[in-house]
Design a protein around this ligand. Structure first.
Ligand code: OGA
Ligand code: MN
Length: 276
């Protein structure tokens, strides 16, 4: 609760990731505590507000107090996250969110943060898990830190689609190969000086390693970063507004039925830091 202020109460949920912030809607909308919320977000990876009962407009207004919106996401700053193709045309690809990833790995700047609000819940599954990639890096043995310091990983949309469709047709492979790939450092050195691991479902291969060595390293580091001690699992309640720091965490949603009606309203804050 170290970061609590007069108008915010911060309740930590695990030792290294996930806090509930208790406050009122006026405080959130005013932006008075925005700097503190950003600081808590960076330290805790995930924060959420419960019981506020907010509208889409209020979600977007709160987002604007925290950073710049990614304007071309959804309509009016709200994108509807659902596995129902009638609600979201990209529903099929959203199944990729069931595997550890961070958002925007193929964009010039990965998103700063994502706000997700629970509009409808699934009766089964649909919890969202987050892992702290700062702490996971920090705790690596020195020998690993040295070995991976300069490594770069090629990220591709194609790679992440094998999780959704393991036996893609030639046409599907060709389609996804049209998306440009991107080489990213395996260790992200942030402006703050802190370092985090950059992994996730778009991680295709480590440049310069033999294919099997590369696959083994990426799997070993993912297993490391997603150990229970680095993970917070959010059990959603209707109306929860949750924010994750997309630069210091990975996330995944636990499987839920396509016809469950689960609906999340998502707003994205634009990246502020290049990957280096
Ligand atoms: C996302 C995402 C997880 C969820 O919107 O980027 O991964 O719980 N969503 O729906
Ligand atoms: Mn995601």
């Amino acid at each position: 609760m170290a970061l609590s202020s007069a108008q915010l109460e911060v309740v930590d949920l695990t030792p290294c990731i996930g806090s509930e912030i208790r406050t009122d809607l006026d405080t959130l909308l005013s932006g008075r505590e925005a700097a503190t919320i950003r600081e808590v977000l960076e330290q805790r990876g995930v924060v959420f507000f419960r019981g506020l009962d907010i509208s889409d407009e209020q979600q977007v207004a709160i987002a604007r107090t925290l950073g710049d919106l990614v304007e071309n996401e959804g309509v009016g700053g709200i994108n509807k996250i659902s596995l129902d193709a009638r609600v979201n045309q990209r529903a099929k690809y959203l199944k990729g969110s069931m595997f550890w990833h961070f958002d925007g790995s193929l964009q010039p700047l990965p998103n700063l943060a994502t706000l997700l609000r629970a509009v409808r819940l699934s009766d089964t599954g649909g919890q969202t898990e987050f892992c702290n990639t700062y702490q996971a890096y920090e705790d690596l043995p020195e020998s690993d830190k040295e070995a991976i310091a300069e490594l770069r990983v090629v990220h591709s949309a194609e790679r992440s689609q094998y999780y959704v469709t393991p036996e893609m047709s030639y046409e599907e492979v060709a389609f996804w190969q049209k998306s440009p790939t991107k080489a990213c450092p395996l260790v992200w050195t942030h402006r703050s000086g802190r370092k985090s691991l950059l992994l996730g479902a778009t991680s295709d291969y480590v440049i310069g390693l033999a294919p099997e060595e590369s696959r083994a390293l990426l799997a070993r580091l993912r297993d490391w970063a997603t150990q229970p001690r680095y993970v917070y699992r959010h059990e959603w309640q209707l109306g929860d507004l949750l924010i994750w720091d997309n630069t210091g965490t990975m996330h995944r949603v636990l499987p839920y039925p396509e016809d469950s009606g689960r609906l999340m309203h998502r707003t994205i804050l634009a990246g502020e830091e290049p990957l280096q």
